[in-house]
Design a protein around this ligand. Structure first.
Ligand SMILES: *Cc1c(COP(=O)(O)O)cnc(C)c1O
Length: 444
């Protein structure tokens, strides 16, 4: 299947090119040329299928033209070594717990899939001259969660070197340990600056002709189709689990409302792809923190990027969501059609704390600040006899200090998280000057 650029439908690339380059040459985002609906048999039997079987069917619809079925099955199986359970929180209200992967964040799914797919393409060059020169260098700027998921997803993958740029002193100790203690093909770069400096260094590196000539570089955030599209898997699996509940009389009938805590909108966009493939969804809700650019767009049709505002749900502190261009492309920029499928919501830090406390008191369920936005938005948009699913994107222990302060709890660190804390930290100190970063990359 071909992938076209959101800036120019005539500029196309193969899946291999789209994954290895990340961004189109005109700086647009890649979109698959067609979206294949899944069969009615698939939907009729979905409640009997395993997560692996479901994910494999979805993966074939996206990537089946480009990767042989057996290889695709292996890539999918290697990605999904953990469960994504649908947990009942209240009557008709379910949490899709996306945080049971190695770094306890939903980004594990996309990061692991992308690592395996890139590994496959490196191991199977189509022609001699298309083999990348030296390692493929994955550059990723992080304020915490992305760096840990990407570093752990790519750890030990042959032919790939990962550089994680993070702002000195501005990520939590738990997050820092998750990418600075790994070693091997993972290099942590501690930038003397803020997150925006890290992002600027990465962007400049991609644009630098000299670097491009010497190094093969790609991005591992949700602009990359290999990270974005696999996120559709768990929407189908959530529906399968909901069907089981419905058939057992334990959930209201009908298509669910699905609420997604959103920052760069990769997760929500993957859900929109699933819906295009026929997944029954009554409506999506885009739950934002105080960074309300998309909410404002839904209300007015006007899209005005802003500087991001720091909030309790910091993985959603995005002032210019990168996947907005993909949402426009999916709907031919029709504002009305977008509003029909997606409702919006925005919450202040006070709202988030109140929601976390109220949910904990009334249901016993511990929300993290990101999931809290989605939970509150779901309650505001689901009907009384309608099933609702919110995506819980991070384990609350990843934000232990905040959660404990708000709820008065002392939640325990899962062993996987505690293990990272025992490693030895190693990172390369870096100024926020691009010339220094460039010299560093060239010297390796
Ligand atoms: C990245 C992240 C989000 C936002 O996801 P997008 O795909 O960027 O919208 C939400 N919650 C958590 C915990 C995250 O790490």
């Amino acid at each position: 299947m071909k992938y076209f650029s959101t800036n120019n439908p005539h500029l196309t690339a193969s899946l291999r090119e789209a994954v290895i380059n990340g961004l189109a040459p005109d700086r647009g985002l890649y979109m698959p040329e067609s979206i294949r609906p899944l069969s009615s048999d698939f939907y009729a039997d979905i409640h009997q299928l395993s997560f692996h079987d479901i994910a494999f069917e979805v993966a074939k619809a996206f990537f089946g033209d480009d990767i042989p079925a057996e290889d695709l099955r292996q890539i999918t199986a290697d990605t999904l070594s953990f469960d994504v359970p649908l947990v009942k929180v209240a009557n008709g209200i379910f949490s899709l717990e996306l945080f049971h992967g190695p770094t306890l964040a939903f980004k594990d799914v996309g990061a692991r899939f992308m690592a395996r797919m890139l590994e496959y393409f490196i191991a199977h060059p189509v022609q001699e001259h298309q083999a990348p020169r030296g390692d493929v260098n994955v550059l990723v700027a992080t304020s915490g969660d992305t760096g840990s998921a990407v570093a752990n997803g790519f750890l030990g993958v042959k032919g790939i070197h990962v550089f994680v740029l993070y702002p000195k002193g501005k990520v939590s100790p738990i997050q820092e340990c998750q990418f600075t203690t790994l070693g091997r093909n993972i290099t942590a770069v501690e930038v003397d600056g803020v997150f925006d400096d890290c992002q600027r260094l990465v962007k400049q590196a991609f644009l630098d002709a000299d670097l491009r000539h010497h190094l093969s570089m790609t991005s591992a955030n949700s602009i990359n189709v290999a990270r974005l599209l696999p996120q559709a898997f768990y929407y189908f699996y959530a529906y399968a689990q909901l069907r089981r509940q419905q058939l057992a009389g334990k959930a209201p009938q009908g298509a669910p409302v699905i609420s997604v805590p959103s920052g760069n909108f990769g997760n929500l966009t993957a859900g929109l792809f699933a819906h295009r493939m026929g997944l029954p969804v009554a409506r999506f809700v885009a739950a934002n923190n105080a960074n309300d650019i998309f909410y404002h767009y839904l209300r007015t049709g006007d899209y005005s990027p802003k500087a991001s505002i720091p909030t309790l749900a910091n993985a959603m502190d995005v002032g210019d969501p990168s996947n907005f261009a993909r949402i426009l492309a999916l709907y031919g920029s029709a504002h009305k059609a977008i509003c029909k499928d997606i409702a919006g919501a925005t919450y202040t830090d006070d709202d988030i704390s109140t929601t976390m406390r109220r949910c904990h008191e009334s249901t016993g369920y511990v929300l993290d600040p990101h999931g809290a936005c989605a939970y509150e938005a779901l309650l505001n948009h689901v009907g009384p006899a309608q099933p609702g699913i919110f995506l819980e994107t991070a384990h609350p222990a990843k934000f232990k200090e905040k959660v404990d302060t708000i709820l008065g709890t002392d939640i325990s660190l899962p062993p996987r998280l505690a293990a990272f804390m025992k490693g030895v930290k190693h990172s390369e100190p870096m100024s926020s000057d691009f010339a220094d970063f460039k010299a560093f990359l060239l010297s390796r």
